[in-house]
Design a protein around this ligand. Structure first.
Ligand code: MEV
Length: 313
């Protein structure tokens, strides 16, 4: 079987502003090229089939985890004036699912790119955003759009819901260690529980959101001016604030503590939390290797290095 369409998308890392971004506060996120999703479209003579982490077989019989993707494929096929027939959608990914690295937005982006490529129709950024937003709404109810925008742009972004985004001109001589707790983080649940906390205790949660906003704005300056120590301190403070909103968990706490006690300049959870991944800031690759070994010896299922010097701006 020859594929006749292909689409690729990377992961993302939220440096600052997860959760508070849902309330209109700014966030900073980076594309994460070390994890990728590749979608290939093959011609068949059957109803649409799919092979993926969650399901191999008829798209019609896909489980609830693929509901957003199923809808997305159907909507895009209608747009492309194609029947719901005659293609196989093959999703290959090394983006760990539900770990805060953007797998759901990435899969939607790669699927849309692959279908447009297969039927040879030009895909503008605007159309891509439109379709990906539909799938993200199904996955997360009211997503901020941060994940999708970071992945489609491939740039370090300062993002604010409804206000737009700007590219950050990073000048950082430091490395992030990204560590996967191995536990699935349930973003949708975490977002709705933060909302409940905010509705029940606005006088507690609003000052937390305000401080996260201030820290995120400061971090933009730190990134532009190579202020590594201050960046680390801001990350750690953001983690403490996220913890107050109940989106941390035991393993994230253990990894953050371990990192800070072993030379990291800052550490925090990244993404929706309650499992998923954490990030720690270190000075250089040697320190990153040491910290990553330590985290793996203490239960991290995967670690990656992210050299902040290498970000395209
Ligand atoms: C999820 O990657 C980030 C959250 O802020 C949710 C969102 O932005 O929609 C937790």
């Amino acid at each position: 079987m020859n594929n006749f369409g292909q689409g690729i998308a990377t992961g993302k890392i939220i440096l600052m502003g997860e959760h508070s971004v849902v309330y209109g506060k700014p966030a900073i996120a980076l594309p994460f090229n070390q994890v990728q999703i590749s979608v290939k479209i093959y011609k068949t003579d059957r109803p649409i089939t799919i092979s993926s982490y969650y399901h191999n077989g008829l798209l019609d019989e896909a489980p609830k985890e693929l509901f957003g993707i199923k809808q997305l494929i159907q909507i895009v096929m209608v747009y492309l004036k194609q029947p719901f027939f005659g293609i196989h959608v093959d999703i290959e990914s090394n983006v760990p699912v539900q770990r805060g690295l953007g797998s759901s937005a990435a899969v939607s982006i790669a699927v849309v790119r692959s279908l447009f490529d297969a039927f040879d129709v030009e895909l503008t950024q605007e159309k891509l955003n439109y379709f990906v937003d539909i799938a993200e709404q199904i996955h997360h109810e009211n997503p901020s759009g941060l994940d999708a925008m970071t992945i489609t742009s491939g740039k370090a972004l300062f993002f604010q819901k409804d206000l737009g985004q700007s590219v950050i001109s990073l000048k950082m001589d430091a490395v992030l260690v990204v560590a996967d707790t191995g536990k699935k983080g349930l973003t949708k649940e975490a977002v709705s529980e933060v909302r409940k906390l905010w509705q029940d205790n606005p006088t507690v949660v609003n000052p937390i959101l305000d401080r996260l906003e201030e820290l995120t704005k400061n971090v933009k300056n730190f990134l532009e001016n190579n202020e590594v120590i201050r960046l680390g301190l801001a990350m750690t403070e953001a983690h403490q604030l996220l913890k107050l909103m109940n989106v941390s968990d035991e393993k994230l706490e253990k990894f953050v503590d371990l990192s800070l006690k072993n030379g990291a300049l800052g550490a925090k959870l990244t993404g929706g939390g309650r499992g998923g991944c954490m990030i720690a800031l270190v000075k250089n690759i040697d320190d990153a290797i040491k910290l990553s070994d330590l985290l793996r010896n203490n239960g991290a299922v995967s670690t990656w290095f992210y050299d902040l010097k290498e970000i395209i701006t």
